[in-house]
Design a protein around this ligand. Sequence first.
Ligand code: PDD
Length: 277
Amino acid sequence: EKVLWNDQIVTRDSVHISIEDRGYQFGDGIYEVVKVYNGDVFTATEHIDRLYASADKIGMAIPYTKDVLHHLIHQLIEANELGTGIVYLQVTRGHSPRNHAFPNPSVEAVVTGYTRESARPVQDLETGVSVCLVEDVRWLRCDIKSLNLLGNVMAKQQAVEKGCFEAVQHRGDVITEGSSSNAYGIKDGILYTHPVNNLILNGITRQVILDCCKEIGLPVVEKAFTVAQALEMDEFIVSSTGIEVMPVVKIEETQIGDGTPGEWTRKLQTAFEAKLP
Ligand code: PDD
């Protein structure tokens, strides 16, 4: 298995990460998960742009140009002969003696990446999934794709313990997003989703889905909706790079629609699939 270590493609065993790497000690870094379909990367530019935007938001420099990183991702996919799966990319602020403050002078960021084969979740996409509701206790910069995922991890574990596919989070009454996905409700022919601000990650899949809405003539309202409204939706969806347009047919004990994926969701899935490489 080949992995990315800084700007080199090397064997996994040859990577050495310091125990004082700031990603390891503070979660001081950022990441991306990019999907590969039959060897072709999907929305690579958008993911790379978001990685650089996240770096910028935490005052960190990625030591390569976007083009170089793009090229390295392709090399990594080829080196591992990846068919369908993901590329995980992570950048930390580097390693230096432990101190909360940024290293001064700054040190080189540490870049790692690897690939993993994973099939599309075709069964769940067909039948739909159930989700639970979890209070969103995360920090107020959820727009950054940060390595600090403890809030997300705790939320997802609650879902697992309840036998649910995903935890949909709410800050007070307002639905924000899933533990590792965006959330949408469809009511009377309108799709509602939380607006892009500091409380959610602006998912790349979300952006593709909003394009699909235009194509299929589904009006979008980027406005937060409440837990009570969520339970009354005709259709409900969670989305991410890995799960695409995932129908939700049950929220806690409440069935959504007739308990099967609704018509708009089906149309969105079809429009989404048409964009895949
Ligand atoms: N998670 N919101 C959160 C909190 C996420 O972690 C993710 C993705 C999304 C959807 O973003 P996108 O459509 O760009 O994948 C929304 C990735 C897949 C992960 O952590 O594995």
